[in-house]
Design a protein around this ligand. Structure first.
Ligand SMILES: Nc1ncnc2c1ncn2[C@@H]1O[C@H](COP(=O)(O)OP(=O)(O)OP(=O)(O)O)[C@@H](O)[C@H]1O
Length: 306
């Protein structure tokens, strides 16, 4: 991978609040054109990291490079090419969507045609003349994304963009993110505490827990961490489990089934033969993949929840 393929790179990024380390030596890499899912339970350090990426707060130590340049040295030039939505977007409720965008457009000094374009992108054209205070939460969020898109950014940083939305609103924002990535080639960082949000859209994922990056790789790699378990439906299940255990099989009985982990095809066949020889009836054999949610909880710690 060449240097130019990397859009965002942090090295040892750290932020302390007195004695508390909110972000702890985070090395984060975002590649050009990808949707990067930044995942972690509440309070893990996502917003603090994002604030540092946007130069909104200073790091205690470490570096941030965006487009290959140091954020500290080239802050103004870099941030002109970055669009962001951090927590609740700020807008004037008594003004219309169009008027809010016009104010931001003047500040950015971009063409008036950009307004029409971003309104279309986020599908707010038909309510552009409505006062923002009359917008639903989902519409407000989409207006926030429109504001972030106004300057034609090469990277879009969205902090929990689906927070507080109903399932329909969440789906709309997810589709929008996918469209922006596919059709416009925008690189996108999207944070969430919900795996289900990221799972559906991200190409790569970074998982942060208590300020530390504990996993960073392709979404596929996270899925591959799932260890399949074998579930057998048999009659006299408790007796069958004891029978297998006695002759050395590592199995457990849960509910109406015998469960086993990491069996090869041959071992599965042998286990079935053994049961049949023992005069048990095998009704069905199923491979059950560990849900992604469980892998995520295993990484982030069950006690923290989602
Ligand atoms: N200004 C501050 N002063 C002291 N502690 C802070 C400050 N800002 C954040 N923290 C702490 O740093 C930790 C990380 O917070 P952060 O907001 O980055 O988490 P998060 O992953 O974005 O979670 P959430 O989804 O809840 O916003 C939390 O324990 C938070 O209480």
């Amino acid at each position: 991978m060449s240097e130019t393929d990397i859009v965002v790179q942090t090295k040892g990024l750290t932020r302390c609040y007195q004695k508390f380390t909110a972000v702890d030596h985070v090395d984060l890499t975002i590649r050009r054109g990808e949707i990067y899912g930044f995942l972690g339970p509440n309070g893990a350090g996502k917003t603090t990291t994002i604030r540092m990426l946007l130069g909104l707060i200073r790091s205690t130590s470490g570096q941030v490079k965006i487009f290959g340049e140091s954020l500290e040295v080239k802050k103004k030039e870099i941030l002109r090419r970055v669009g962001s939505l951090v927590e609740s977007p700020s807008y004037y409720g008594h003004l219309t969507g169009q008027e809010n965008l016009e104010i931001a457009r003047r500040i950015l000094g971009v063409s008036p045609s950009n307004i029409e374009h971003v309104l279309e992108r986020v599908r707010l054209t038909n309510v552009a003349d409505k006062k923002v205070k009359q917008y639903s939460l989902g519409m407000k969020q989409r207006l926030g994304i429109a504001l972030a898109l106004l300057g034609n950014p090469e990277i879009l940083i969205l902090d929990e963009p689906t927070n507080g939305l109903d399932p329909g609103g969440m789906q709309e924002v997810r589709s929008l993110i996918q469209e922006l990535s596919k059709e416009q080639g925008v690189t996108i960082l999207v944070s969430s505490h919900l795996l289900s949000e990221i799972d559906q859209i991200a190409h790569r994922v970074g998982i942060i827990r208590r300020g530390k990056m504990i996993f960073q790789d392709r979404m596929e790699t996270l899925r591959e961490m799932s260890r399949p378990r074998m579930r057998l439906g048999v009659n006299r299940v408790e007796e069958a489990t004891r029978y297998l255990t006695k002759i050395g099989w590592s199995v457990s009985c849960e509910g109406e089934h015998i469960w086993s982990e990491g069996l090869t095809n041959q071992e599965t066949a042998t286990m079935v033969e053994t049961l049949v020889k023992g005069k048990f009836s095998v009704y069905r054999i199923e491979e059950v993949k560990q849900p992604l949610e469980e892998i995520f909880l295993g990484l982030t710690g069950k006690e923290e929840g989602l």
